[in-house]
Design a protein around this ligand. Structure first.
Ligand code: CDP
Length: 223
């Protein structure tokens, strides 16, 4: 049985795309590519340069000049992110990045730049690629498209526990608020809004563990 060369996993904030995507990639010996990290690093670069968010031209210039590198770290299993050669992985989930990333990701010029880079990487194959618009825009021809669903409360709880495990101080109510805000902006933007592709398989993860979700996707891959 031939395995799909590209597996697209989309879904709202903290729906488990990265955890599940990494497990699938590991099982298949594929690359895991988290496109959300690109929007986060772009946001970090813009905030670092104190660029006003309504100056779209300058913002796009900053992002197009940024040297963004994502490197899978085989020792930690995480993706190391470099901006202009500097490791910034630990800074990408700071509250100021969470608060601004969806605003920056809604800007058409930003999406144009990042989507082109993402598509180029995705076309190399043997890849599990996670995001919001992979099945609809970045790689609509992906042979397997998954869309993960979960209630905002469940997602906030998962993110809260994940932060605790990673030693990141956080507040459940703040996380829930941010998740709802991002969902709202991501779902309603004009370009590449968050929505399942017509041929995506929807998985409601509320009552499933991340391992059960990964097993479900593995069985779809094996079908
Ligand atoms: O990990 P989490 O689900 O919290 O978010 P993420 O995947 O790191 O994505 C951060 C933000 O980037 C999202 O809220 C979207 O605004 C944006 N994003 C996007 O617009 N398109 C993508 N393909 C991936 C992320």
């Amino acid at each position: 049985m031939k395995k799909p060369l590209q597996i697209a996993i989309d879904g709202p904030a903290a729906s488990g795309k990265s955890t599940v995507g990494k497990k699938i990639a590991e099982n298949l010996n594929y690359l895991f590519f988290d496109t959300g990290l690109m929007y986060r690093v772009a946001t970090y670069a813009v905030l670092e340069q104190q660029c006003p968010l309504d100056d779209e031209g300058k913002l796009a210039d900053i992002i197009s000049l940024a040297d963004i590198q994502l490197q899978n770290n085989s020792q930690t299993g995480e993706t190391d992110v470099l901006l202009d050669g500097k490791a910034i992985t630990d800074l990408l989930h700071l509250p100021q990045v969470d608060a601004n990333v969806s605003l920056i990701a809604a800007i058409p010029a930003v999406r144009k730049l990042l989507t082109a880079q993402q598509r180029k990487i995705a076309l190399q194959g043997k890849i599990v690629i996670a995001g919001r618009d992979i099945g609809t825009v970045v790689l609509p021809e992906a042979p397997l498209k998954i869309f993960l669903l979960a209630s905002a409360e469940k997602r906030a709880e998962r993110r809260y526990l994940e932060n605790l495990r990673n030693g990141i101080p956080s507040d459940y109510d703040e996380i829930l608020y941010n998740i709802k805000q991002r969902d709202q902006i991501d779902s309603n933007r004009n370009v590449a809004p968050l929505k399942p592709a017509e041929d995506a398989i929807l998985i409601d993860t509320d009552s499933l563990t991340q391992n059960q979700v990964a097993d479900k996707i593995m069985s779809l891959i094996d079908q």
